[in-house]
Design a protein around this ligand. Structure first.
Ligand code: COA
Length: 133
């Protein structure tokens, strides 16, 4: 029996650039490395902007799946988050988010994190409402 072919790692970001920032010393953990929670919050912010524009309404994060930290982020790295839609439901939107960095010493892009963020379009009372596209 032959194994299925392994798809090669992507060499460039997929999706719309939704946030761009620099990893600062204040974003480090006690070891001096960039804290994973900071990176997740950047991805959440970027994907929320994407979901808000897509649904043209307030949105809230309902789930985060399949987070994978592939490479470390260093202080001074330029962090780019890219978002693309996977599925639009009645009130929810499933969005794939990738974070790529440009090291301060290098202009090449390196994929550091990926995950799937799900948002729900909500009304002024915080209740789910249909996604208006
Ligand atoms: C998001 C929220 C408004 C949904 O309310 P609800 O009463 O559970 O709504 P529903 O059961 O009708 O689900 C709404 C949609 O979310 C989807 N959903 C609910 N839980 C989900 C989960 N764990 N994963 C993926 N999708 C989910 C449902 O499938 C549904 O999608 P659809 O309308 O496209 O079919 C409510 O759960 C909430 O306020 N959660 C807190 C959100 C928050 O504070 N986020 C920030 C965290 S700090």
């Amino acid at each position: 029996m032959t194994n299925p072919p392994i798809s090669p790692a992507p060499t460039e970001p997929q999706g719309e650039l939704v946030i761009r920032t620099i990893a600062m010393p204040a974003d480090t953990n006690p070891n001096g490395d960039i804290f994973g929670g900071w990176l997740m919050s950047q991805m959440d912010l970027g994907a929320a902007i994407y979901a808000r524009n897509l649904s043209r309404s307030r949105v809230t994060t309902v789930a985060v799946d399949g987070m994978a930290f592939l490479n470390p982020v260093n202080v001074g790295d330029i962090v780019n988050c890219h978002a693309s839609i996977l599925k639009v439901g009645r009130t929810s939107m499933k969005i794939n988010v990738e974070a790529w960095v440009q090291r301060s010493t290098d202009s090449k892009l390196l994929r550091v994190t990926e995950g799937v963020f799900t948002y729900v379009a909500i009304d002024e009372n915080g209740r789910p409402q249909p996604v208006h596209r």
